[in-house]
Design a protein around this ligand. Structure first.
Ligand SMILES: [Fe+2]
Length: 441
């Protein structure tokens, strides 16, 4: 068995052995896997993040595989599943436990059922604990633990009907009899690690050293905060509710207020952001959205794209389209409409709005050209004419080079979020993991 991991949807994959395994790591810490039998060219996709649908589809097409199965190991509360979107592309059978109740899922395996990829088999184990509907997959030499065992950690059990005692029992049962050298692929890893082995986790994972009562006691103490956007994600993952491409400011405000959609990506300049922004929003200026695409992926979906009036947010959405980033919703009317609806904002000292700066600069240049043309030399009228032509070009094409230059001025940069660090304004991962491993005593 061989493995390949990619940090980016464009990273080439490798696959040889009885089952090829392609592992895709989402910047939010989620893991998507594709298992394929190279002889029959049949593949199975597991826990496909909506952001990775394009990457998985490209990998499957490139390898010439068919995709008869798409599995969700459980109802995801921290990211949108791409199972429905991918199944629609490949005509795949969607698989999840019956307790999940996902619309569009037609196969509900029981504990011990086998999925066949050519002559290879993948065994399905029911492993409740993180959620009641949780499945673990086993193939020759590998176990895909989903949200049961993570590398050095285990899953949380404090929502969606989770049960710490059940998780303890499931882990014992699923790992029992597996050789130490069995590769262990978790549903999440927030430190960018590819895989572990069953033996390493038996030896080093602090949670696996605990007796049942201590495990329950420590796992249920001090649960971490709920994943961002949890209710909206559950709605999406259970009912297949599509994430809209635009949303009225009033609805965006309602969702931000009730926590349904808490992820706001502000694509204005740093100076505008410093002057006024929505609390908790992530600053990624329009001219940086492509180079910081992983920072955008790291913000939990659904994600609201915000600018002053909506134009730059729409440009950002279009600029991100080739990268397969899903779950982007433009707030119609932008921050102006949001605030006019009564939306709370944080105000500080910063630059005035970018379009006002642009009007001031354009007006000043036109005036300068007229004055110099009248009093110095007629050639300076060309400056006014040039600016006028530029404004017509900007109006027709909705692209304004002058605004792009002004956006890069020092006063339009925000010290807190400027620089190369993608993580500075990105969301924190860790949605499905337990709190840091306990001290074993
Ligand atoms: Fe989970």
């Amino acid at each position: 068995m061989s493995t390949a991991t990619t940090q980016s949807p464009t990273t080439p994959k490798r696959s040889v052995g009885p089952l090829s395994i392609l592992a895709l790591l989402h910047p939010q810490g989620c893991r998507t896997y594709v298992l394929a039998d190279p002889i029959s060219a049949q593949a199975l996709a597991l826990d496909v993040h909506l952001d990775l649908v394009e990457a998985v589809a490209a990998a499957v097409a490139e390898a010439g595989w068919t995709l008869p199965y798409i599995v969700d190991s459980h109802t995801h509360a921290d990211h949108p599943s791409g199972a429905a979107a991918l199944a629609a592309r490949f005509g795949s059978t969607r698989i999840a436990h019956e307790a999940a109740g996902h619309e569009g899922v037609t196969r509900h395996p029981a504990d011990g059922d086998t999925l066949h990829l050519g002559d290879q088999s993948v065994q399905v184990r029911h492993a409740p604990g993180h959620t009641p509907d949780h499945l673990v997959l086993q193939s020759e030499g590998a176990v895909f633990t989903g949200d049961t065992v993570f590398i050095g950690s285990v899953a949380r059990t404090d929502f969606l009907g989770g049960d710490a005692g059940q998780l303890f029992d499931s882990i014992q049962r699923v790992l029992a009899g597996l050789p130490d050298e069995t590769l262990l692929y978790p549903g999440h890893d927030y430190a960018g690690r590819e895989h572990s082995t069953v033996g390493a986790e038996r030896r080093d994972n602090p949670w696996l050293q605990l007796d049942r009562s201590t495990f329950i006691e420590k796992l249920t103490a001090n649960p971490p905060p709920r994943p961002a956007n949890m209710e909206a994600l559950l709605d999406l993952n259970r009912k297949g509710t599509a994430i809209p491409t635009t949303m009225a400011a009033a609805e965006a405000l309602a969702r931000v207020r009730d926590g349904g959609v808490a992820s706001v990506i502000d694509v204005r300049t740093g100076g505008e952001f410093a002057a006024e922004h929505i609390d908790g929003s992530h600053l990624i200026p329009l001219d940086q959205v492509v180079e910081r695409v992983d920072a955008i992926r790291a913000v939990p979906a659904p994600r609201l794209l915000l600018c002053r009036t909506g134009n730059r947010a729409e440009l950002a959405r279009k600029a991100l389209a080739p990268f397969g980033v899903a779950g982007l919703t433009v707030v119609e009317g932008g921050l102006e409409a949001y605030a006019s609806q009564g939306g709370e904002t944080i105000k500080g000292s910063g630059a005035i709005a970018l379009d006002r700066q642009m009007r001031i600069v354009a007006g000043a240049l036109v005036l300068l050209g007229a004055v110099l043309g009248a009093f110095v030399a007629p050639i300076f009228y060309a400056l006014s004419a040039f600016v006028g032509a530029g404004l017509i070009f900007a109006g027709v094409t909705n692209a304004c080079p002058m605004m792009a230059v002004i956006a890069k001025m020092p006063w339009n940069r925000a010290p807190a979020c400027d620089g190369a660090s993608a993580a500075g304004c990105a969301a924190e991962g860790g949605g499905c993991a337990a709190t840091p491993p306990p001290t074993v005593d």
